[in-house]
Design a protein around this ligand. Structure first.
Ligand code: AQP
Length: 336
């Protein structure tokens, strides 16, 4: 009996420079996953239109993001790498799902509440795209009959919404959509800001000292880690305690994710050292890791024709799958 592999979908929006949060929360798992699943890795460019920042080039950011996918070890011969806007079925399914989603459930989305206030200066400029964002994300996932979605913890609520919409449609029209399951790591699923460790690290943070970008130069990385907020306990104590020691816990999660060592083993190994010693160990490891990643990134980034070839071929393969689901739902809805 041949057992077919499960389908896995993941995406990053090219809304700015990628951070170690994006990498640790999701991208670091991708190369391993492509051996066990049918993987689709999408550059969610349409999602990025919700943030209108004239200071950055979306075109460049899309190509940067594909380069990072490749640098993280995603192999286009094993996985489908594609750009969301190259597969029009995402927007088509988006409209259909809109008609099965409740205004009230979207109002409850924590990400929307945060983004409408911080990023888009609420009253003046909260675009409808920002509100609709989780439904487009649901379309991305459901279009491929996805079984698993590796995401950071911030996206868990959006996957729950996706499941609710899918359930609603399945109950009305029969089994159309597979119900996706989020894959969220115990550690590293929400990397926090360096100076405000109770707030998520985000690429669009105005305070760049909060964020380590994947393309940061090494002196900046060292300085940012050095300045990261810890706590005011009299004795340095390296241990994982999100409530009382969010800063140290965050550094531990970063360290654990890039060394692949369990947090509790690291806490044991690091017993008795000072916070400043701990920070230099973390920045040493992080710098080495980033140098390696950046080297690979630049190798891909300078070859735009190859990046476009990967994206076009990926879109072709993705469309074949997307069309099947869209035809299925169109038929059930009675669209001729
Ligand atoms: N700080 C984080 N810790 C862990 N995971 C994170 N992710 C993002 N930030 C962290 C995960 O990265 C994947 C891609 O995220 P995205 O770029 O599509 O959207 P986002 O969550 O809105 O990311 P940002 O960095 O916060 O972007 P902006 O500032 O543009 O809104 C997702 O799986 C996410 O969970």
């Amino acid at each position: 009996m041949i057992l077919s592999k499960s389908i896995l979908f993941s995406a990053v929006q090219p809304s700015g420079k990628l951070t170690i949060g994006n990498y640790i929360g999701t991208m670091r798992h991708w190369s391993k996953m492509q051996n066990d699943y049918h993987c689709l890795y999408c550059v969610a460019d349409l999602h990025s239109l919700t943030i209108q920042d004239k200071n950055f080039s979306l075109r460049e950011s899309i190509l940067d993001t594909i380069s990072f996918y490749l640098a993280c070890g995603v192999d286009p011969n094993k996985s489908i790498i594609f750009i969301q806007s190259h597969v029009p079925q995402h927007s088509q399914l988006n409209w259909i799902l809109n008609c099965f989603s409740q205004f009230s459930e979207l109002l409850r989305m924590t990400q929307f509440k945060i983004k409408k206030t911080i990023k888009n200066n609420y009253i003046k400029n909260t675009n409808v795209g920002l509100f609709n964002y989780p439904i487009l994300m649901a379309s991305d996932i459901l279009l491929y009959q996805t079984n698993f979605v590796p995401v950071g913890r911030d996206q868990k609520q959006h996957i729950e919404l996706t499941r609710n919409i899918a359930n609603r449609i399945n109950a009305l029209y029969g089994n159309i959509f597979t119900l996706p399951v989020p894959l969220i790591s115990k550690y590293g699923s929400k990397i926090m800001s360096l100076l405000e460790p109770r707030k998520k690290m985000s690429k669009s943070d105005i305070n760049k000292k909060n964020v380590i970008f994947l393309l940061d130069d090494i002196p900046s990385v060292v300085l940012k880690i050095k300045n990261a907020v810890t706590d005011s306990e009299k004795l340095s104590r390296i241990c994982f305690d999100l409530e009382k020691k969010p800063g140290i816990s965050n550094l531990l999660e970063i360290f654990s994710s890039i060394t692949n060592k369990e947090v509790h083993i690291l806490s044991e190994e690091l017993k008795g050292i000072t916070y400043s010693e701990f920070k230099s160990i973390v920045s040493d490891h992080l710098s080495k890791f980033l140098l390696q990643l950046q080297k690979s990134y630049f190798k891909y980034r300078c070859n735009e024709s190859y990046l476009k070839k990967v994206a076009y071929e990926g879109a072709f393969k993705a469309q074949l799958k997307a069309k099947q689901t869209l035809n299925k739902i169109n038929l059930k809805l009675g669209l001729v």
